[in-house]
Design a binder for this molecule. Structure first.
Ligand code: NAD
Length: 480
């Protein structure tokens, strides 16, 4: 792989000032690679390369069907290089290898899905006054900027870039400094399958430098951001100054709501997985466990039993939970744990560390808290670690009130056999996705995904993402 380089205009180049960053494996805290530390000048070159691809390059002439073929080829190429990419993703993020494999499968599927969709987004005609014909075209925005996080880097690469490319935009990606190796490798594969120069540009670096430069660049016509609400606000302000739109996906505090008629045996593994998947570093993690008071103790005991079985290990040990992404994130999560304990919130279950963990890794024990007060930070704020907070509710109205009581609204799981209640809950809870008797943590590639309130706005995945990455143009023909 082209270590320490950006991809700009089809070439791998060092930063203008040759600056680099170390890449650390979360499993042992050791440096295993270097990436380029891009700044404003590097971002400027990448944006200009993307604009040039649209104005003069082969990308401008690439018909929808051919864009689709390129995307599909990249999807296949990703799967052809499956083991290499999964190993790299696991090493770079610390996630268990089985999770990394699932992520590479999803990354390939994004390109397959949007490859098939590229020539199926049609415009429209509108009946208008006599003597007129009106066409609605769907056009790419132009140059789109993509800032993605470290939790699912390979998936985010596909989720953000594939629909933008399918619609004919030229993209500039700023992956997260903590995990960007598969973004670089997949971009190399994109070159191999024939994406023309300038269609895909990647500038690595830190958020305050390369990320801020990208979101504020006047040559960007649309922005897609996934990450923290704080940075999302910065990105949206930058977009507003340039009068361009943006999609923001900013995380959540998603409830898993268990009524007393739930099939608890079916729910148990799903409930636990929804919080420990990817070490809880999932925007759509089911981090608030809401159990009806009539069955609270009974169901909590069963969940605690499962929680106590969880094992933490390095990416290659491939256990239930890997390390967190960085020392910063570990400290942040441990801060939540320490404050909760000091406030007397009960720990009812904990996983354990696997044998022989490498020293220097960023490991945190999965923890289940019970009786969490409704206004406590554990019940309201995104921890982004393997921490599940149990609360009780009385009845359906109380469940709706509690579910809607945080600033977030990304995903909700509801467990009940009562069909009418399923409908009422689905309609009453404010979230971008609702799962009935299940929990998808973001769900499949085909399913529109995104939030309300502090979870962000706009939709990714499914056909909705294609509509985000284009704008309509109304053409009015007057004829005799
Ligand atoms: P972050 O928002 O700081 O980083 C996400 C991306 O934004 C990275 O690529 C980063 O380089 C970039 N960035 C950072 N500062 C920027 C700036 N000023 N301008 C433009 N881009 C900038 O997220 P983080 O530090 O990686 O994680 C912090 C918290 O964010 C987590 O604890 C979690 O709560 C949340 N988070 C949410 C998601 C999600 O999927 N919704 C993903 C990662 C993190």
């Amino acid at each position: 792989m082209k270590e320490g380089k950006h991809l700009i205009n089809g070439s791998w180049v060092a930063s203008q000032d040759n600056d680099t960053l170390d890449v650390v494996s979360p499993s042992d805290g050791l440096v295993f690679a270097k990436i380029a530390r891009g700044k404003a000048g590097d971002v400027d070159l990448a944006v200009k390369a993307a604009q040039n691809a649209l104005d003069n390059g082969a990308w401008r002439k690439c018909a929808a069907v051919d864009r689709g073929r390129l995307l599909s080829k990249l999807g296949t190429k990703i799967l052809d290089n499956f083991d290499e990419l999964a190993d790299l993703e696991a090493l770079d993020t610390g996630k268990p290898l089985k999770q990394a494999k699932a992520d590479i499968t999803a990354a390939g599927r994004y390109f397959e899905y949007y490859g098939g969709a590229a020539d199926k987004v049609h415009g429209d005609t509108i009946p208008f006054m006599d003597g007129y014909m009106v066409s609605i075209l769907r056009e790419p925005h132009g140059v789109t900027g993509h800032i993605i996080p470290w939790n699912y880097p390979a998936q985010m690469y596909g989720r953000s870039l594939a629909p933008a490319l399918a619609m004919g935009n030229a993209v500039v990606l700023k992956p997260a400094e903590d995990a960007c190796m598969t973004s670089l490798r997949m971009s190399e594969l994109a070159q191999e399958v024939g994406f023309p120069e300038g269609a895909i540009n990647v500038v690595t670096g830190v958020g305050e430098e390369a990320g801020a430069s990208l979101s504020a660049h006047p040559g960007i016509n649309f922005l897609s951001f996934t990450g923290s609400p704080e940075v999302g606000t910065i990105v949206q302000c930058a977009a507003a100054k340039n009068h361009v739109g943006c999609v923001l996906e900013l995380g959540g505090k998603s409830p898993q709501i268990i009524f007393d008629d739930a099939d608890i045996a079916a729910a148990l593994p799903v409930i636990v997985n929804a919080i420990v998947q990817n070490g809880g570093q999932t925007c759509s993690a089911g981090s608030r466990l809401m159990i009806q008071s009539t069955v609270y103790e009974n169901y909590l005991d069963q969940i605690a039993e499962k929680f106590n079985e969880l094992k933490v290990g390095s990416h290659s040990m491939d256990l239930d939970c890997g390390p967190l992404i960085s020392a910063v994130q570990k400290n942040r999560v441990e801060g939540f744990l320490d404050r909760a304990r000091s406030e007397g919130i009960a720990v009812v279950a904990q996983g354990s560390m696997g044998p022989g963990l490498p020293s220097g890794g960023f490991y945190v024990t999965p923890t289940l808290f019970a009786g969490v007060p409704r206004d406590n930070e554990l019940a309201c704020d995104e921890v982004f670690g393997p921490v599940l907070s149990a609360l009780s509710f009385d009845d359906e109205q109380d469940a709706i009130k509690l579910a809607n009581s945080t600033d977030y609204g990304l995903v909700t799981g509801v467990w009940t056999k009562d069909g009418a209640r399923q409908m009422r809950m689905a309609k009453s809870v404010r979230a971008g996705q609702i799962y009935i008797n299940g929990y998808g943590a973001g769900g499949g590639i085909e399913l529109p995904f995104g939030g309300v309130k502090k979870s962000g706005h706009g939709r990714e995945k499914g056909f909705e993402a294609l509509y985000e990455f284009c704008a309509t143009k109304t053409i009015v023909f007057k004829h005799d």
